[in-house]
Design a protein around this ligand. Sequence first.
Ligand SMILES: [Zn+2]
Length: 282
Amino acid sequence: MKGLSILVVIALAALLCGCVSPEELPSGKINVVTTIAPQRELIKSVGKDFVNITVLVPPGAEPHTFEPTPSQMRAVADADLYIMNGAGLEFWMDRLLQVNKKMVVVDTSKGIDLVWESGGEADPHIWLSLRNAVVQLDNIYQGLVQVDPDNKDFYLKNKEEYVQKLQSLDAELNQSFSTAHRKIFVVHHPAWTYFARDYNLEQVPLMENEKEPGPKYLGEVIDLARKNNITAIFVEPEFNPKAAEVIAKEMNARIIDLDPLAENYLENMRHAGKMIAESLVS
Ligand SMILES: [Zn+2]
């Protein structure tokens, strides 16, 4: 009786710690190609050592105008799985599909409630919402299972662990924004639409319809910023910060760098949340 209960305890402990021993992959690692760097952490968190990840948009490049190079097309030809951001970011996707008709293609925006811009296009910056990332992670998981069904339990456990991290940070940010006095934050490029939606904030872009602002629009933003005691302007490294510097001086605000494409996704989201929250209380 005693011996049996110890065995049961050991079995339970193995289950609880999630010691799922993954099956060996017969053909080596899964070659995954994805568009932007933040996706790497999401894919890695589910696939761990079973995936080789290639990111197409290099650091510092502008993802909205980026197009894959010929050498990247060759990497795509060897891919087992393509993880798309979706929401219109990969406007060149048809070309990629032509070089590899066998790869599994996952659109991580599937199931996300998209924000539509006035021109009828979706706002593609879906990953800058921890809640969207939970949906994206599930889509990534489904794709990995499709390529490698034998290791489904392993991927599921990994996915659930990372979902926990996303949700606990989301709860933290929700808490810090719920007590903020102000709700408006000024950004150069409007990448934080979904982030703002999650926490009932209002993102005011310096760019006017994705272009550098004209004087009339700029005047309106400066007015609004003064009325709302805006203390910071958030600027991403990919874009020309000139307009931001001009308006920052006018507003007596600080310029703070936020990178929507940072590779260390979770840490970067924590940092962004902290910086935006601080700007709303100080
Ligand atoms: Zn963008």
